[in-house]
Design a protein around this ligand. Structure first.
Ligand code: 5GP
Length: 207
């Protein structure tokens, strides 16, 4: 019996705290793995190549697009970001749950290719909190801060395309909610249910 793992897509405006929630989930739940994205963005302080992202130049990224190496990719704030396809396919086929922390354009592409994914939208408690979280990172210029804030307004409209939403008031509570979503999805009646029904029928005959 080889059940496929879940593909969990987490997105939401920059600064909503997706990354922190995903990190907390990974430390709590060993059945979940994160897909490390590729990007052409410059590493921030403390970011490690191969862990935070696979940092690469534009040329390498573009040739990976040509080779069909991405499950999805998007240009976000003037840089390319993409999900390497093979890792996701291998892990899901092996029954592991894979988390993608990606932007909305990317999530919509995944939804077309893999509608059975679990699509989760993270909201900040307020726009004011969002602004102070982005400022707190200290990595944005006033121009890029404004870009991220105005995108957030537009992005929130896309919540309708998602299966679940959660408000990141505290990391602990938001992660509890994400875990609850995963638990509910694992209990969903889907194609695998036939196997369970057959087992029960067999057991009934032998009882
Ligand atoms: P940051 O530069 O702050 O790390 O990320 C900027 C945005 O890019 C975030 O919204 C993040 O979720 C998104 N992002 C990160 N990796 C990927 C990816 O592989 N694909 C897409 N479409 N977006 C990504």
């Amino acid at each position: 019996m080889n059940h496929k793992g879940l593909l969990i897509i987490v997105s939401g405006p920059s600064g909503a705290g997706k990354g922190t929630i995903c990190k907390e989930l990974l430390s709590r739940d060993q059945s979940v793995l994160v897909s490390v994205s590729a990007t052409t963005r410059t590493p921030r302080n403390g970011e490690v190549d191969g862990e935070s992202y696979h940092f690469m130049n534009r040329e390498t990224f573009l040739s990976m697009i040509d080779e069909g190496g991405f499950l999805e990719y998007a240009c976000v704030y003037d840089n390319y970001y993409g999900t390497p396809k093979q890792f996701v396919i291998d892990q899901i086929s092996a029954g592991r749950n894979v988390l993608l922390e990606i932007d909305i354009q990317g999530a919509l592409q995944v939804k077309k290719k893999y509608p059975e994914g679990v699509f989760v939208f993270v909201l900040p408690p307020s726009m004011k909190t969002l602004k102070s979280r982005i400022e707190g990172r200290g990595s944005e210029t006033p121009e890029s801060l404004n870009k991220r804030l105005s995108s957030a307004f537009t992005e929130i409209e896309y919540i309708k395309n998602y299966d679940y939403f959660l408000v990141n008031d505290t990391v602990c509570h938001a992660t509890d909610l994400l875990q609850a979503i995963i638990t509910a999805e694992k209990c969903r009646v889907d194609a695998d249910i036939e196997e369970i029904v057959s087992r029960f029928k067999e057991e009934t005959k032998n009882a």
